[in-house]
Ligand binder design. Structure first.
Ligand code: PHE
Length: 338
């Protein structure tokens, strides 16, 4: 008996299937209702007790190996074309192309809109020092406004941190370039915030900076109105509300008219008709001086926005976390052409 099991084991080991039919024949021979395995299990009952252990182990191994072979070969052959020759001249099937991530799409669009009015892109490191992220931006140590941005420090060294905004890249740009300056800093930023539908500890910003002689608040308003119309449509209106940022004076927050309800009021704009999109203001003279720019001769404006926020408004996405989960069903809905 045991001999027979060993022979069958060898047969299973050697088996190589060349077609779906052969695999099925093999399966029936071993695992089918009237197959070898069932016969062996029936015979098992008659095996003397002292041999049961050895015999039982052998037939279990046989069954497992046979099943593994079936699993390995099943579905490997295309049943329809089994007997047809392969046509090598047929065009290949198209690769499934991916789409750009919505955050990249919106980032590129923002950069493109500001490119057209003379802004070029500048980038900086994501791991920053205190000077570029805070002090140069008129946020000296112990300044209470540092609490506005919950910072991730690297190890316990307070001088090595993950940038909380891309304004740090603009400090670097001002330090290395003379006015006129017209630069745009897109990039990833980090804040120690609880993750929810409206906030994440990693997100993306685009910040803009324009410094020249006689730059005024009117220039800022005009640039932002142009941006809002290009981004959300020709009929879009903007509204500025006074605000506070340590690095700008005066400062404002900018809302755009809600294009979902045409400013009539809906649950997206919380019945106000407007949606907040960015912060901005005239660069504080202290910041200019910190970066080696003569604040008597030059003035400038700055603005900063979250890319996720713009993308949520543009595509009607209600939960910010979707941008980070990389669910292909979500990602492939976005236009490949931009
Ligand atoms: N840096 C600000 C922030 O991260 C945004 C901002 C940029 C505000 C420039 C005003 C001017 O919130």
């Amino acid at each position: 008996m045991l001999e027979k099991v060993k022979e069958l084991l060898q047969e299973v080991e050697k088996f190589v299937s060349k077609s779906e039919k052969e695999t099925e024949e093999f399966r029936l021979k071993f695992l089918g209702k009237k197959g070898e395995m069932n016969a062996l299990f029936a015979a098992f009952k008659r095996v003397p007790n002292e041999n049961k252990k050895e015999f039982g182990e052998a037939i279990n191994a046989l069954k497992q190996n046979a099943q593994a072979k079936v699993d390995a070969f099943k579905g490997n052959f295309n049943t329809e074309n089994e007997n047809e020759e392969i046509d090598l001249s047929r065009p290949s099937s198209l690769d499934n192309l991916g789409s750009r991530h919505p955050i990249s799409l919106v980032r590129n669009q923002i950069v493109d809109i500001f490119n057209r009015i003379g802004f070029t892109v500048s980038e900086g490191p994501e791991i920053e020092d205190d000077w570029h992220n805070f002090s140069a931006l008129n946020l000296p140590e112990e300044h209470p406004a540092r609490d506005m941005q919950d910072t991730f420090f690297i190890q316990t060294n307070p001088d090595v941190l993950l940038r909380t905004h891309t304004s740090s890249a603009q400090v670097r740009y001002m330090e290395g370039n003379k006015p006129p300056i017209r630069t745009l800093s897109p990039g990833r930023v980090y804040r120690n915030e609880a993750i929810s539908a409206r906030a994440h500890c990693i997100f993306h910003q685009v910040e803009g900076l324009y410094i020249d002689e006689n730059v005024s608040f009117a220039d800022l308003k005009q640039a932002l109105l142009y941006f809002a119309k290009e981004m959300f449509g020709e009929k879009t209106k903007i509204r500025l509300r006074p605000s506070y940022f340590p690095f700008t004076e005066p400062s404002a927050e900018v809302d755009v008219s809600c294009n979902i309800c045409n400013s009539k009021g809906c649950n997206v704009c919380k019945y106000t008709g407007y949606l907040e999109i960015l912060g901005c203001g005239m660069v504080d003279p202290n910041v200019l001086e910190n970066c080696g720019i003569d604040s008597k001769k030059y003035t400038g404006y700055a603005f900063g926005m979250g890319i996720e926020r713009i993308a949520m408004l543009k595509y009607g996405v209600k939960d910010l976390r979707l941008f980070f989960e990389n669910d292909v069903r979500f990602l492939k809905q976005f236009d490949k052409s931009i």
